[in-house]
Write a protein that binds this ligand. Structure first.
Ligand code: ADE
Ligand code: ZN
Length: 339
């Protein structure tokens, strides 16, 4: 199996639950969109773009991430971005994906909310028709902006409720705790959205932020959240309630000095619903299957752990029970056929 592990992982049915659509902008598409929209770029080659991908923490990553988005202007730009990602995800064995988008990163520079979401939505419909992949959208609020701006964005999204499964919280966590957005998340829950939020790796107040997300906000899932391992009480709480973590090993190695493979594996072994995801695959040069493989190599995981991670990805997702059973069945069939 060792030689075939990559092929096994690529074919393994899986869900991806921590994926920023704006983080899938490949340099080639960036050039194409820049030309389409008459945007002048400082970098002229793919190598020059990639040379700017030098990050040492979340903040330095975000400084490269947001300016790149200015090439996204028309509905078809957002469509192309999402469709390209869904095409790659399908090739990686991803059957279902719940994708973040950052409307404020676009409305804040004058691109209407409708332009953003209609482009993403048409890609979801097209990819389902073409590949049978199912996809949902999660609207993320930018936590380094005000709670009032987040609330206004939530209200702007209400007419599109049927296209959005949940809300999340991302961007720079320093000094921006979950509690800042308590009212916004309470209103989102009232409106029927599911709730998740980033508790990024090694933040100043990681444990307190995780506690607030679980106990004060009542999230349905946590994005990253790996620092929970430092607090036994929170680990037990997450375990007893089946609260899932969407971990991103390769991303961790870009914004901290390690993949946190030991922590991720320990949480998995302690019975938490740990999942593996790509976060911003274009910037970290690793899509879904690459993340499974990187973790497997780093923590010396075999088929049994990889299968558990794939099963968890569907258990942690927001799909109906019947669909979950079908995907778990597909995994069992795939593994049986492989061995
Ligand atoms: N925006 C895009 N990726 C992010 C991450 N990993 N954490 C916070 N905000 C993000
Ligand atoms: Zn993320």
């Amino acid at each position: 199996m060792t030689g075939d592990l990559a092929a096994f992982v690529r074919g393994l049915p899986k869900a991806e639950l921590h994926l920023h659509l704006e983080g899938t902008l490949e340099p080639e598409l960036k050039f194409m969109l820049a030309q389409r929209n008459g945007v002048e770029l400082a970098e002229k080659t793919v190598a020059e773009v990639k040379a700017t991908y030098r990050f040492h923490d979340l903040t330095s990553f975000l400084r490269v991430y947001y300016p790149a988005m200015r090439v996204l202007q028309q509905p078809r730009d957002f469509h192309d971005l999402a469709f390209d990602y869904l095409t790659r995800a399908h090739a990686d064995g991803v059957r279902h994906v719940e994708m973040f988008f950052d409307p404020q990163a676009h409305t804040g520079r004058g691109v209407p909310f409708h332009t953003v979401i209609s482009g993403y939505r048409s890609a979801i419909v097209a990819a389902r028709r073409e590949f049978g992949i199912s996809a949902e959208l999660i609207l993320c609020f930018l936590r380094d902006h005000s709670a009032e701006y987040a609330m206004a964005t939530l209200l702007e999204a209400l007419p599109y409720k049927d296209w959005i499964i949940g809300v999340g919280l991302d961007s720079d966590e320093r000094g921006n705790p979950p509690s800042k957005f308590a009212d916004v998340f309470a209103r989102a829950r009232q409106e029927g959205f599911l709730l998740t939020m980033h508790c990024d790796i090694d933040q100043t107040d990681s444990i307190e932020h995780i506690r607030q997300a679980i106990e004060d906000i009542g999230v349905d899932r946590i994005d990253h959240g790996t620092n929970i391992i430092e607090d036994d009480r929170l680990v037990e709480l997450a375990k007893s309630s089946g609260l899932a973590l969407t971990c991103c090993p390769v991303s961790n190695s870009f914004v901290t000095n390690r993949m946190k493979a030991d922590e991720i594996t320990a949480l998995l072994d302690r019975g938490l619903v740990v999942t593996v995801n790509s976060d911003d695959p274009s910037y970290f040069d690793a899509y879904a299957a690459d993340n499974y493989l990187a973790l497997a190599r780093q923590a010396d995981l075999g088929v049994e752990h990889l299968v558990r991670l794939a099963e968890n990805s569907f258990r942690a997702s927001w799909i109906p029970a019947a669909k979950l059973e079908r995907y778990l069945h597909d995994i069992r069939e795939y593994v049986a056929a492989y061995s």
